[in-house]
Ligand binder design. Structure first.
Ligand code: AMP
Ligand code: MG
Length: 555
């Protein structure tokens, strides 16, 4: 039964409707004690969040509360703080942590599981949509291994803000309902260099239609428990991909194809906005193609495709910006291996071939869609949508894009600001094109004025001449082109230094920085009055500062 928005009534915490299907339909761990263990034959363990000293609200998202119709009064109530810091359970909640494995930095790591995530339950809203509520940092679970199940304020601010920022950028992501302080302190050695210190403990309540990861399928597959793999595949298809139909072999292959397409879509968006996930382990890959587990992520400032924010990955840079599509592909291969026995049999290798075809298609589609995305960033219509362009023009397009990307790397250029400045350039007047003033028009995007040599100026000028020519058949005015470009090139992104400023304030009890970023990042493509300080390139002081240019997994 679907309800129209007008008939939705705001509801209270006590009247939230839970339907805990994951726990009800999938096998759980019979052991209920909260101690670390290997969990076999099961997808979850029941576990309760830990009580904390003095829970307090830092921020919450009205829009996320609206996903399950929660009234403003409920969100501002003391009960909200208790529930979403893990200090009170609502009667129909059935808290549990999931069991999964994963490849970490390319190596099989065995059982990992929700070491500090506790699902409170699945809420059904008045439009019959299902939302999992999940606390991150609410204490030890059977999967905490040798860690404490807790999270600190700095990483929780980052997860809270980035989940929402990504959503408003149009990037598929898990959402964040709330950020609370626990009132406890948590000791962390931020750079694993022997300098451990107490930090403020915090809990984020994450929200998503599913938190299932590639690693959920991989763990039972690694143990040869095909029956368990099959149960989760069936469950996932019927719950999250109901349009596919019965989980037959053909439909499992179709499902894998859709997972692959969603993953591609997600990574393409990351490349469009300059996001680096930082830890693309297979346990951090959502089966719904949502960006999940915001740890040492970062935003490209100067366009450096080899950059990674994650200090743990500094040597190999496996998860660097430019490598993300290949890693997504590799991760999809691991998922294919996990489900292969379900679609293959002794007499035919058709299932294997179909999985391989999907993987090959991923690589092919990525190439094609990446070009389309890059053209859109330039306000240009791709060949497929404009038949007047010839094949020759198409390969010119690819060269135009490649040449621009090398130009962006040749001097330190802010990726975000470059595209916004380029949208301002007059490409219709031959006088303006001839006047060679581009370096000054794009000045806001450059970090090192002494790199802006005459030779660079000439290269930029030549590229813009080619670009202007390519704009001609589009038949757009400068204003129209600017509108089209600004709709895909954000002005405000959650630059690492901006989060750090908000975190420094929050650590001192001032949450205004978090609030301000949250509000502005709701409209990342629209210039907002009085907010130019949130659209500036990284200041020099942030170039090498911890939290701004580099992050560790410690959180
Ligand atoms: P990540 O790659 O950061 O998402 O985490 C890798 C694994 O470590 C997951 O199984 C997490 O649940 C677990 N983990 C990370 N931090 C903690 C912590 N503080 N306590 C318990 N488990 C953790
Ligand atoms: Mg994780």
């Amino acid at each position: 039964m679907n309800k129209t928005t007008s008939s939705i009534r705001p509801i209270t915490l006590d009247t939230l409707c839970f339907d805990n299907r994951f726990v009800r339909e999938l096998p759980g761990d019979p052991e209920t004690g909260n101690f670390c263990r290997q969990v076999e034959d099961a997808y979850y363990s029941l576990v309760k969040p830990a009580a904390t000293e003095k829970p307090a609200l830092v921020a919450y998202s009205k829009d996320v509360a609206g996903l399950f119709d929660l009234s403003d009064e409920s969100c501002e109530s003391p009960q909200f703080v208790r529930v979403f810091s893990g200090n009170e359970l609502l009667p129909d909640m059935q808290p549990f942590s999931m069991c999964y494995g994963g490849h970490q930095f390319g190596n099989w790591a065995g059982q990992l599981g929700d070491g500090r995530a506790i699902n409170l339950g699945e809420v059904i809203n008045q439009r019959n949509e299902r939302w999992y509520l999940q606390l991150k940092g609410a204490g030890i679970t059977p999967y905490s291994r040798n860690a404490d199940g807790l999270a600190v304020l700095r990483s929780s601010v980052r997860e809270f803000l980035c989940s929402e920022a990504m959503h408003y950028l149009g990037v598929p992501t898990t959402r964040a309902l709330s950020l609370t302080l626990t009132g406890d302190t948590v000791v962390r050695d931020m750079f694993y260099d022997g300098n451990a210190k107490p930090e403020l403990g915090a809990v984020v309540c994450r929200v998503a239609p599913s938190f299932t990861r590639f690693g959920n399928f991989q763990l039972p597959a690694s143990r040869g428990d095909l029956d368990l793999v099959k149960k989760l595949v069936n469950y996932t298809i019927t719950t999250d991909f109901p349009h596919i139909g019965e989980p037959t072999k053909e439909n499992i292959l179709q499902w894998y194809k859709e997972v692959s397409e969603r993953t591609l879509d997600m990574v393409l968006h990351w490349m469009r906005v300059g996001f680096v996930h930082g830890v693309m382990n297979t346990d951090n890959m959502s089966i719904l193609g949502l960006t999940i587990d915001y740890g040492p992520y970062g935003w490209l400032e100067d366009y450096d495709p080899t950059w990674t924010p994650n200090t743990t990955d500094e040597a190999n840079r496996r998860y660097r910006f430019e490598h993300q599509p290949q890693i997504a592909h590799w991760n999809l291969l691991q998922l294919a291996n996990a489900i292969l026995p379900l679609v293959d049999d002794e007499n035919s290798d058709e299932g294997r071939k179909a999985l391989e075809a999907t993987l090959n298609q991923f690589a092919e589609n990525y190439q094609a869609r990446h070009l389309v995305m890059q053209l859109e960033k330039l306000g240009l219509t791709p060949l497929s949508e404009k038949t007047v362009l010839s094949e020759e023009q198409h390969s010119h397009d690819a060269v135009l894009v490649t040449d621009l990307l090398s130009l962006l790397q040749s001097v330190e250029t802010d990726m975000t600001l470059f595209y916004r400045c380029l949208a301002e350039v007059d490409v219709t007047s031959s006088e303006a094109i001839a006047s060679k003033g581009y370096v000054s028009l794009l000045a806001d995007a450059y970090y090192q004025p002494d790199q802006l040599t005459e030779e660079y100026g000439l290269q930029l000028h030549q590229w813009i001449e080619r670009y202007a020519k390519r704009c001609e058949p589009e038949g757009l005015t400068n204003i129209q082109r600017k509108q089209i470009m600004n709709a895909v090139n954000p002005l405000y992104v959650l630059r690492n230094y901006l989060s750090q400023i908000a975190i420094d304030k929050a650590d001192n009890g001032d949450f205004s920085g978090v609030e301000e970023l949250m509000e502005v990042l709701k409209k990342p493509y629209t210039e907002q009055e009085g907010k130019s300080h949130l659209a500036e390139k990284r200041p020099e002081w942030a170039r090498h500062r911890a939290g701004c240019s580099m992050l560790s997994c410690s959180s």
